[in-house]
Ligand binder design. Structure first.
Ligand code: A3D
Length: 320
């Protein structure tokens, strides 16, 4: 069986980490594209030179021409600019919208059969723009945010309880912004929901509230520490989990920014919800019951996404 081909659009901090992880996991041959000449070539060569030490077989190639992504099975998009301290994700809208336009056209022309994962911020609006610009079916274009947000939630909870991260599951819904919706009721330690752990005296409501708040602001916490960019290790791991579920038809249930066509009473927008990812792309959207409070939080998050999508249409009427 020929190796799968993974194209990475953007060879920056996340792009380089994606290539490294894809190599280590032998997901396929990796092709890195960037507008900068030399960067994707240099990173690819460096990574290829690590392969004999790590013992993986994967071709690593750096390119500056979209025609080289032809035949890609998966395309992961990180092209654009990241946040600096003091910036919100939404401040990136104007610049990154233009980038999504050119990247979308490149993918549509050269890799129309690929499964596309967008990471560029502001995520929910950028994945929407990327899908429109590429012309690919909505179930083949998805945004990475929920896997990262729930990984942060899981890590904070595991630290609070002093248990393995493997035994903590977490559930985050909504847009990838500070009003995302971490669902406490659906988050568990070995199947025991958080409210029950409060009853068992493992933690308190106040501590859970503080963890929820830290999760919501998790991206900003890292931006403030790094000062020169945003998180890249955990975002790359999260997107690789999604790519692996597609490539190996694992049918994992993962929170992703998916195109909603009436689900959750949202139409024509991308919002973070649990989905099944298999070899057909987004194969199913799980619609869960929410309490009134959860519905209100979700509605607020959807409103934020909607205002960004409207702003995109204002900047470039071609998206309307
Ligand atoms: P960075 O290291 O700056 O890499 C971005 C790369 O994109 C650079 O190498 C640029 O040269 C390249 N680029 C810029 N314009 C184009 C273009 N038109 N075509 C192709 N390549 C281009 O950033 P990063 O890797 O740290 O972050 C990438 C994006 O991911 C940013 O928008 C971040 O805000 C976003 N991000 C999202 C999350 C989510 O959870 C959704 C988390 C962390 C970062």
């Amino acid at each position: 069986m020929p190796r799968k081909k993974i194209a990475l659009i953007g060879a920056g901090q996340i792009g380089g980490t994606l290539a490294h992880l894809a190599g280590l996991k032998e997901l396929g041959d990796v092709l890195m594209f960037d507008i900068l000449e030399g960067t994707p070539q240099g990173k690819s060569l460096d990574l290829a030179e690590s392969s004999p030490v790590e013992g993986f077989d994967a071709k690593m190639t750096g390119v500056n021409d979209y025609k080289d992504i032809a035949g890609a099975d998966v395309v992961i998009v990180t092209a654009g600019v990241p946040r600096k301290p003091g910036m919100s994700r939404d401040d990136l809208l104007g610049i990154n919208l233009k980038v999504m336009e050119s990247v979308g056209k490149g993918i549509g022309a050269h890799a129309p059969d690929a499964f596309v994962i967008c990471i560029t911020n502001p995520l929910d609006a950028m994945v929407w723009a990327l899908q429109k610009a590429s012309g690919l079916p909505a179930n083949k274009v998805v945004g990475m945010a929920g896997v990262l947000d729930s990984a942060r939630f899981r890590y904070f909870l595991a630290s609070e309880f002093d248990v393995s991260v493997e035994d903590v599951t977490a559930f985050v819904l909504g847009g990838h912004g500070d009003d995302m919706v971490p669902l406490v009721r659906y988050s568990t330690v070995a199947g025991i929901p958080l409210p029950d752990l409060v009853k068992m005296g493992w933690t308190t409501h106040e501590k859970i509230d503080a963890i929820v708040e830290r999760t919501r602001k998790g991206g900003g916490e890292i931006v403030n520490l790094l000062k020169t960019g945003s998180a890249f290790y955990a975002p790359a791991s999260s997107a690789i989990a999604m790519a692996e579920s597609y490539l190996r038809d694992k049918k994992r249930v993962l929170p992703c920014a998916a195109y909603l066509d009436g689900e959750y009473d949202v139409k024509g927008m991308y919002v973070g919800v649990p989905v099944v990812i298999g070899d057909k792309g987004v194969e199913r959207i799980l619609e869960i019951e929410m309490t009134k409070d959860e519905r209100d939080m979700f509605a607020k998050s959807v409103e934020s996404v909607k205002s960004l999508v409207e702003a995109c249409k204002g900047i470039n009427p071609a998206f309307a």
